[in-house]
Design a protein around this ligand. Structure first.
Ligand SMILES: *[C@@H]1O[C@H](CO)[C@@H](O)[C@H](O)[C@H]1NC(C)=O
Length: 403
């Protein structure tokens, strides 16, 4: 035998080859999961990082888009990547806004929400370096963030941003360590007003899906909300309806529930309570937590009941993207969502509460846990809200509703 297979037998050779192929496959799968955990080889990572830094710097250098007041620069989709998740007709983008110090919350959001996410980030000249380092770190070290999250930057125009310094000071991202975080509140950035509503509008306008779901950055929705909503809304045709997602807050150390059964259990154990339970009960009361709690079990997402807007109501909801946007004159604390919900009401929208959907704020909120200027800001925005309501009467002359 020329090839010497005589004694071994062709069957054994084939078995041997199959074994080799199986081993290669196992090794390959091992490599893939490793890649999922995102430890890119260092040279590849650095190359990616340098490219991203160049892109970021050139975007800041060429930033020309201002907000309507002419005082903020806006850069949308700073990493400008292709979204790898398919965009369905009835899909929902998760939308939020934050200052750079709460950016770590995006990690949990990208774990929970398996579709597109649009996040506006507020920064200013003292903070820009940190914000950039942090964004780059999240983008390079977390594949789900890289694939799903579109970040937009908003910063005051009158700040001297030194790009030369920025170019040279980028920290090298090390995915094994998490980055340090500053612990100041969004409202406490020295001398700079936090423009919630500009940030919200920027993130909403960017969305490519038919629906958006705007939440606070430190909240989490139930696990399969996006999937269940896609199915539900296919057969729901009434554009006047927005879908209220009941919101709760969870004790600091408690595990955040993923479904309604877990939520109800934690609620009985007092680890969960309605959102703003201590801060502002009337802000959520119309959602009617008693009714929601005792809904019959259902395997399908649906509207359980409709509610009327009352004074100070500020629910979180999923809506068709073309709803009335947020008034950007509201900055700092107070009335920034209340005013928008008031306009929705006057514009004729109806509030349907979803049975199996919920949103959970991480941590209980307390009335005295706010920053020192909260009351001053709240009073100023209350005056602005009175003016806003007068303007709505002109904007919607035929509306039979008021707020
Ligand atoms: C849409 O829903 C609202 C609230 O239930 C209802 O009042 C309205 O009649 C509905 N519109 C249509 C066209 O079905």
């Amino acid at each position: 035998m020329v090839f010497g297979f005589g004694k071994i037998g062709i069957g054994k050779v084939i078995a041997f080859l199959v074994l080799i192929i199986v081993l290669i496959q196992i090794w390959h799968i091992g490599m893939l999961t490793k890649h999922e955990r995102m430890t890119l080889p260092n040279n590849q990572k650095n190359e990616g990082q340098h490219g991203k830094v160049r892109l970021l710097i050139s975007k800041i250098e060429n930033a020309h888009v201002l907000d309507s007041s002419g005082s903020y620069n806006i850069i949308t989709d700073i990493f400008c990547h292709e979204d790898s998740s398919p965009t369905l007709q009835n899909d929902v983008t998760l939308v939020s806004q934050t200052s750079s110090n709460n950016l770590d919350d995006v990690i949990a959001l990208s774990e929970r929400w398996d579709g597109a996410i649009s996040i506006s980030v507020f920064t200013h000249f003292k903070d820009l370096q940190f914000a950039m380092d942090k964004l780059l770190h999240l983008h390079l070290c977390f594949p789900k963030i890289q694939n799903r999250v579109h970040f937009h930057l908003v910063y005051p125009l009158d700040n001297d941003i030194s790009l030369d310094e920025l170019k040279h000071n980028f920290a090298s991202s090390n995915c094994e360590n998490s980055m340090k975080t500053f612990h100041h509140q969004n409202y406490e950035i020295e001398g700079i007003e936090y423009p919630h509503n500009l940030l919200r509008n920027t993130a909403v306008k960017f969305c490519k899906t038919s629906y958006v779901f705007l939440i606070d950055i430190d909240m989490l929705p139930n696990k399969y909300l996006r999937r269940e909503f896609n199915t539900f809304v296919q057969s729901f045709k009434n554009d006047s309806v927005v879908f209220v997602v009941p919101s709760f807050e969870s004790k600091d150390d408690a595990v955040i529930p993923t479904d309604r059964t877990q939520l109800l259990r934690n609620w009985r154990l007092k680890k969960i309570r309605p959102f703003y339970f201590d801060v502002c009960q009337k802000c959520q009361r119309p959602t009617d937590y008693d009714q929601w709690q005792f809904l019959p079990d259902s395997s399908h997402l649906n509207i359980a009941y409709f509610v009327q807007r009352e004074d100070a109501y500020e629910p979180f909801y999923i809506a068709k993207k073309d709803f009335p946007l947020y008034d950007e004159r509201f900055k700092q604390y107070g009335y920034n969502r209340i005013s928008q919900v008031c306009e929705m009401n006057i514009a004729g929208y109806n509030f349907g509460v979803l049975n199996n959907a919920f949103l959970i704020h991480k941590g209980f909120k307390y009335r005295d846990g706010f920053h020192k200027n909260k009351e001053i800001e709240n009073n100023r925005n209350r005056d602005l809200f009175q003016q806003f309501k007068r303007e709505l009467r002109t904007k919607y002359p035929n509306s039979k509703r008021s707020c």
